[in-house]
Write a protein that binds this ligand. Structure first.
Ligand SMILES: [Zn+2]
Length: 553
């Protein structure tokens, strides 16, 4: 027999086995008994409290063949055809959709189209739409039509962890049920039931510790029990529970946050393995780290020290780190990490999910702070420059310059052919990381390799390329690309060349710097943050003459 995760095995299959949501279960059973069936239900509450499990039980209740008087069954039998198929997830009339992976408006349109027809076999066609708040605005609109005027025998069950993000137009058409965090004592009692059935030996104190760490989520608490029982070969001690859940102090998270912000993949990966080797619970660790990053955000927006739940020395260290990288960078990092939260929680290989989530976060390019840009180059960028100089004394670090008397940029790129395959490879690498930077590089008068140094020749007095290369994100992308394409120990430098010494260039009119190149706009920190959070691409830029652009070349 293959191993089945405890959380899945103990998923409630009828209303009686739902833990900690008694009022909801009673209300639903009564409604079923009286034949009051709503057309749309909305289940809200934190992760792992039984929203989708209850949705499935409700789908069974609506469709069970053994209900009284040939109608819905307040207590589904669990052995008729619809019941069995719904348990397996193979009933054609019960459609389960995760909005997180189903957010394209075409997909939603296709779904609503298919819902116009009645159920194929069952009494009701039931659509369970999980994480409904993640649908895009257009998808909601597409959905709304059918929710407003649903065909007969169609029932929607929406589930969400973020009730506040569900549009009022949908909310107003749903019967709403709020799932509560399960109290620790009730959760511990449930863990005890599982231990008895599964022959797991555990002390009350150990189970209480696990229940408390589950923070009201049945699924999380069971996943912890599963992990510890596997680790202890069927025995769970309080020491094990505390080791898995404690053990880590703020300095670990401080190192992790610094490594992520530095884009240091090696360190981040090593720390994910450290979690694994120490036997810490990956889900719990990810959650704790999110709390830590949240403290970082609070410090970044100037919260009182008392609002941050960290020992004073850790708090001061975090404050210093936060101030050096800026609010936007922390916000983007937290947003990225939050995006992988449910993946880590739900994954059955949580340690791998954790490592991937952390590595992804380390790939975010650093933004230069807007204030620093306005101030002319800025602390964050300068700090970073100083650092890379230490690491690689040959790399040039062009200082932000006063606007050149002749702001004419290098002439626009004519498509150049690079004879040296290493240069072509390098441009490809840069393009993969940052297409806008590759486009800028192609504007160099010449790119050449000499003694493991990439020479970027620009015309004397031109600041077009050098200011771009002074940017943190560009600098980092170029450094990585150079090492990847040409080899470790390789660096780059900027060389000013007398224009007359170079071959003549094309004579078309150059574009005004920063006026309308979408790639250039995408370098803007604010624009990047918007793109990161909301997605999309820059298509058009309207110049506002009265608004001095921070994108000055
Ligand atoms: Zn049945």
């Amino acid at each position: 027999m293959t191993y089945q995760a405890l959380a899945r095995k103990w998923r409630p299959q009828d209303f009686a086995s739902v833990v900690g949501q008694q009022p909801i279960v009673t209300a639903l059973r009564n409604a079923l008994t009286e034949g009051r069936i709503a057309q749309a239900y909305l289940f809200s509450g934190i992760r792992g409290v039984g929203k989708t499990s209850v949705a499935r039980v409700l789908a069974k209740a609506l469709n069970c063949e053994n209900g009284p008087d040939g109608g819905p069954a307040p207590d589904p039998c669990n052995h008729c055809k619809p019941c069995e198929e719904i348990t397996r997830g193979s009933d054609l009339d019960v459609i389960e959709v995760d909005a997180a992976t189903y957010s394209k408006v075409e997909q939603v349109r296709e779904l609503t189209e298919s819902l116009k027809y009645g159920p194929a076999r069952d009494r009701y066609k039931v659509v369970v739409l999980d994480e409904v708040h993640r649908l895009s605005r257009q998808s909601f609109d597409a959905l709304l039509k059918i929710v407003e005027e649903p065909p007969e025998h169609l029932v929607f069950i929406f589930a969400t962890t973020e009730i506040d993000s569900v549009p009022a137009t949908i909310l107003s058409r749903c019967q709403e049920y709020r799932f509560h965090r399960v109290p620790t004592a009730e959760l511990a009692a449930h863990l005890r039931t599982i231990c008895e059935a599964e022959n797991i030996e555990a002390s009350d104190a150990a189970l209480f510790t696990l229940a408390r760490a589950g923070e009201g989520s049945v699924r999380d608490a069971i996943a912890l029990l599963d992990q510890l029982a596997t680790y202890g070969n069927g025995t769970v001690t309080e020491e094990d529970a505390e080791r898995v859940l404690g053990g880590v102090d703020a300095s670990f998270f401080h190192r992790l946050l610094s490594a992520m912000l530095e884009g240091d993949r090696t360190a981040v990966s090593a720390m994910a393995r450290e979690v694994d080797e120490a036997g810490w619970d990956p889900r719990h660790m990810h959650g704790e780290y999110l709390h830590y990053c949240r403290d970082a955000i609070h410090l970044a927006i100037g919260a009182e020290a008392s609002q941050v739940d960290l020992p004073a020395t850790d708090r001061d260290a975090l404050k210093e780190l936060v101030e050096s990288v800026g609010y936007e960078n922390i916000l983007r990092l937290l947003h990225n990490l939050l995006g992988s939260e449910s993946t880590v929680r739900r994954s059955e290989i949580a340690s791998l999910a954790l490592e991937v989530a952390w590595l992804r976060a380390a790939e975010l390019p650093r933004l230069v702070r807007l204030e620093d840009l306005v101030a002319g180059g800025g602390a964050a960028a300068t700090k970073r420059n100083a650092k890379s100089e230490e690491r690689d004394p040959t790399a040039s670090s062009p200082k932000p310059q006063a606007p050149s008397p002749d702001p004419k940029p290098e002439l626009p790129p004519t498509e150049k052919v690079y004879a040296d395959p290493a240069i072509a490879r390098l441009l490809e690498e840069v393009n993969r990381r940052k297409p806008s930077l590759a486009a800028h590089l192609k504007e160099a008068v010449r790119l050449a390799l000499a003694d493991d140094v990439l020479e970027i020749h620009v015309r004397a007095g031109s600041t077009w390329l050098s200011t771009r290369l002074a940017k943190d994100a560009n600098k980092q992308a170029l450094e990585e690309a150079v090492v990847n394409a040409i080899g470790p120990g390789t660096s780059w430098k900027l060389i000013e060349t007398e224009a007359s010494a170079e071959a003549p260039v094309a004579d078309s009119e150059p574009e005004a710097p920063g006026s309308s190149v979408p790639g250039t706009a995408a370098d803007n920190p604010t624009v990047q943050a918007v793109l990161d959070i909301f997605g999309g691409t820059v298509e058009q830029i309207d110049d506002r003459p009265d608004n001095p652009s921070d994108e000055s070349p």
